[in-house]
Design a protein around this ligand. Structure first.
Ligand SMILES: [Fe+2]
Length: 277
């Protein structure tokens, strides 16, 4: 066994928060004034454009450990390629061909499921730590968060290789929490159009323009390995541009919900992991 294996890495920390730069982000000390300031800063960013980036959230040495264990797990990823629209809905052939709900593109990526990750590895320790969940709940302005109860979907490592791509889409969840572990050589940019639609206004013309290549209103998030990202994607069109080069883009997706016991449908599991059990 090499020193970079997950089994060895887990012994390098005493507590999950040892992975975090707690001087910059005092998430473990809820009584500190700096904690309140941090929560307020996150809420302000989210309110402004639905995205909050916490650069250097993970300490530089810890991101190397996370990179080592994720690289080791990456060959387990199930790779899927799915053609679909930005709304993640079935095609409605009664609408005109040029309607944005009928414009399709490709999403191609790999995912390591939660049940493929050995207990005790660092990314699991971080995800399973209640302190992080409580901080995220406050930062997102939610009364209480629960870890997503799905045995495959709770925590994922998205593995994106040369040519992989996440097409323009809206999320069907209120928020996503992600942690970039390793960036690719080029491409793999996270782009979004804040609040391009609302509950009352689909704004199909603007969505269609972006789907056809317009860069109007498109923001590119500056995300580096170690950045924690909170993103509200239900009304903000977003994508990850195609990966270029031989270095994998590795990103942990930390699943939470405002309700306990939420799991994925068999259909979603099959699409994402190639199995239902
Ligand atoms: Fe998304």
């Amino acid at each position: 066994m090499t020193t970079s294996s997950p089994q060895r890495l887990e012994t390098r920390i005493q507590n999950p928060w040892d992975l975090i730069d707690t001087v910059r982000y005092p998430v473990a000390d809820k009584t500190a004034p700096e904690y309140r300031e941090l929560v307020e800063r996150c809420r302000t960013q989210l309110k402004a454009n639905g995205a909050c980036v916490l650069p250097g959230f993970i300490k530089p040495e810890a991101i190397e450990w996370l990179r080592a264990e994720s690289t080791e797990l990456a060959p387990l990823a199930y790779h899927s390629t799915v053609e679909g629209n930005a709304y993640l809905t079935p095609e409605d052939t009664s609408l005109p061909k040029e309607h944005p709900t009928r414009m399709t593109d490709r999403t191609a990526l790999g995912a390591v499921a939660y049940d493929q990750m050995p207990e005790g590895i660092l990314i699991r320790q971080l995800y399973e730590w209640d302190g992080l969940m409580e901080f995220l709940g406050e930062a997102l302005g939610k009364e209480k968060l629960y870890r997503y109860a799905d045995k495959m979907g709770a925590l994922n490592i998205a593995v994106m290789k040369d040519g992989d791509y996440l097409r323009w889409h809206f999320d069907q969840t209120d928020f996503v929490v992600s942690l970039l572990i390793q960036d690719c050589e080029s491409g793999g940019e996270y782009e979004f159009v804040p609040m391009i639609r609302s509950r009352d206004n689909e704004n199909f013309d603007s969505v269609k323009a972006v789907l056809k290549g317009s860069t109007d209103g498109v923001i590119r998030l500056d995300i580096k390995p170690g950045s924690l990202v909170l993103f509200e994607g239900r009304n903000s069109l977003h994508r990850v541009t195609p990966i270029v080069g031989q270095t994998m883009r590795l990103i942990a997706l930390l699943g939470y919900d405002t309700k306990p016991g939420v799991v994925s449908t068999d259909h979603l599991r099959y699409m994402r992991y190639g199995r239902v059990d």
